[in-house]
Design a protein around this ligand. Structure first.
Ligand code: NAI
Ligand code: MG
Length: 355
């Protein structure tokens, strides 16, 4: 029997609620399939920050390093500045384990009411491959001067190696999918980092003649994502552009509540980390109405990563089935179900799928 150790970080707000769904679904996977999960519960959160002054303990990264995968809900809560929660937990994890790929798939599901007209959006199915280790999210810079003369500087870092490896990942993914890559750029305005990005993407593209690579300015790409979302197969983008485009993609497909992500360490020992795209949603936290699909689809990505294709496919089928009917959809998708009701339905379907 295959066995895996998982580090679970529920975090804050609805992160805790959707983690409970994941925990229950993993329980069903474990009792239905030939696999066991040993879990470590970690209370790393803004609540912990208030108590101890840090988002995670000093040996936090060592603790995570002893696991096969990390599952995270969401972190962030009013009262703790968002840059503290992000730089105190998520970014150190992504960087310490060289999780340089942030994979964000998105699809229009059967039955889900999307804000874009169905004749335009039907069949939308693409993956954003976001660079996850460098780019615009950098600590280099500072603030000088005071009052009206205050100036802030923020440097981006784009390394040849960093761009190369993310472009390579995107091309290989496209070879297994529809053979098309859109590269998000802005080299007309951002003349140093984005021209390096374009050059390196072209070099990598030349090694993948079967992939059609199209370069597009990120603003035009954002418009295309709304007007012609079916044009996309694989989108490769820098840290910031990928972050924005993937929220847009989720909105085009119905709700941020269904969007999953994988922080992958393709070259390193890992572990990789799986988390919904959404945040802790303080506006709906505690009401039991959070959509658990973003989290559960992230669990699908984790199961695939752990080479457990059968439970991954069963869970994905259960998700698709829940989305078809408003009675098993949460309010953000125009449904009436609670987080718990969606979870119960999916658990039942997963155990059926195997039988
Ligand atoms: P958010 O994603 O938490 O919420 C944006 C909007 O989407 C809200 O109206 C919320 O109710 C709705 N929403 C999000 N997830 C949902 C779900 N599963 N079901 C139904 N509705 C859902 O983003 P926001 O408001 O910008 O950030 C809130 C906090 O979360 C902040 O502290 C922020 O820093 C943090 N955050 C953390 C992330 C992470 O842990 N990876 C990612 C994004 C934000
Ligand atoms: Mg985001």
């Amino acid at each position: 029997m295959a066995g895996f150790s998982l580090a679970l970080i529920p975090g804050d707000g609805i992160g805790v609620e959707v983690m409970e769904s994941a925990r229950q679904v993993l329980g069903v996977v474990q009792s239905t399939y030939d696999v066991t999960f040993t879990t470590t519960e970690l209370d790393w959160s803004c609540e912990r920050y208030h108590r101890t002054g840090a988002m995670m303990p000093t040996d936090g990264l060592d603790v995570l390093g002893r696991h096969d995968a990390i599952l995270l809900g969401a972190v962030g809560w009013p009262g703790v500045p968002d840059h503290v929660s992000l730089w105190g937990l998520l970014i150190p994890i992504r960087r310490a384990f060289t999780q340089y790929v942030n994979l964000r798939p998105m699809r229009i599901f059967d039955g889900v009411p999307a804000p874009v007209r169905p004749e335009i959006a039907a069949g939308t199915d693409f993956v954003v491959v976001r660079e996850n280790s460098e780019g615009e999210y950098s600590e280099v810079g500072g603030r000088i001067g005071q009052g009206a003369s205050e100036v802030a500087l923020q440097e981006s870092t784009f390394s040849r190696t960093g761009v190369q490896r993310i472009a390579e990942y995107a091309m290989r993914l496209a070879e297994r999918r529809g053979g098309r890559v859109h590269s998000a750029t802005k080299s007309n305005g951002i003349i140093h980092t984005m021209t390096l990005w374009d050059e390196v993407v072209d070099e990598v593209a030349a090694r993948h003649p079967d992939v059609t690579v199209r370069r597009e300015h990120v603003d035009a790409m954002a418009a295309r994502m709304v007007m012609r979302p079916t044009d996309f197969d694989v989108v490769v983008a820098s840290n910031l552009f990928g972050d924005i485009l993937s929220d847009l993609a989720a909105a085009v497909c119905g709700s941020i509540g269904i969007a999953p992500s994988a922080n992958l360490a393709p070259d390193g020992p890992g572990p990789s980390m799986f988390e919904p795209v959404h945040g802790s949603a303080p506006d709906i936290a505690g009401q039991g109405i959070a959509n658990p699909i973003g989290m559960l689809w992230s669990v699908v990505l984790m199961l695939e990563h752990l080479r457990l294709p059968a439970p991954a496919a069963a869970l994905m089928a259960a998700i698709e089935s829940s989305l078809r009917d408003p009675a098993t959809r949460t309010a953000d998708l125009g449904g009436t179900a609670s987080t718990g009701e969606v979870t119960e339905y999916i658990k039942a379907r997963v155990s059926e799928e195997s039988g």
